[in-house]
Design a binder for this molecule. Structure first.
Ligand code: FES
Length: 149
């Protein structure tokens, strides 16, 4: 009987883990699937998991200078604020040979490897050898926090 109870507990714990993981991945879904759910507690797997119901903020709008931007090297994302209140995000991976861009100056995102430059307003190439713009990354701004859309 104890073996059965133990298996049931392990199975239940795995179910909670899966339910928690799914909840973290389905933030766009607005279906009410909480009826009868046993996954009502926060995940206990560590700080890497985003908060239930939403992704972790990438940055605060107050961290993004107007007319400039911020490079999130770990996330490989560049967030810019071309004009006050206008937040944009792009991949930080240079379209030339894949270096992560290094600086933002004078309205330009600059790659340290071969000197490509991109405009902070739209990620378009201002100076080669980059062959293509930085791809835009959809973000949302809420309560002064920027998160992936
Ligand atoms: S990798 Fe960025 S300019 Fe070459």
């Amino acid at each position: 009987m104890t073996e059965l109870t133990r298996r049931a507990m392990i199975g239940s714990a795995a179910g909670v883990g899966i339910a928690t993981a799914l909840a973290g991945c389905s933030k766009k879904s607005d279906t009410s699937s909480s009826s009868g759910s046993t996954a009502s507690t926060a995940p206990t797997t560590g700080a890497a998991s985003p908060a239930p119901g939403g992704a972790a903020a990438l940055a605060k709008t107050s961290d993004i200078p107007v007319g400039g931007g911020k490079i999130l090297t770990a996330d490989k994302i560049v967030i810019t604020q071309p004009t006050a209140g206008q937040i944009k995000a792009f991949t930080a991976v240079c379209t030339h040979q894949g270096c992560v861009v290094g600086t933002i100056e004078n309205g330009l995102i600059k790659c340290p490897c071969h000197g490509s430059e991109y405009k902070i307003a739209d990620g378009s190439v201002a100076k080669g050898p980059a062959p293509a713009p930085l791809a835009a990354i959809p973000v949302t701004v809420s309560n002064g926090e920027i998160t992936k859309a």
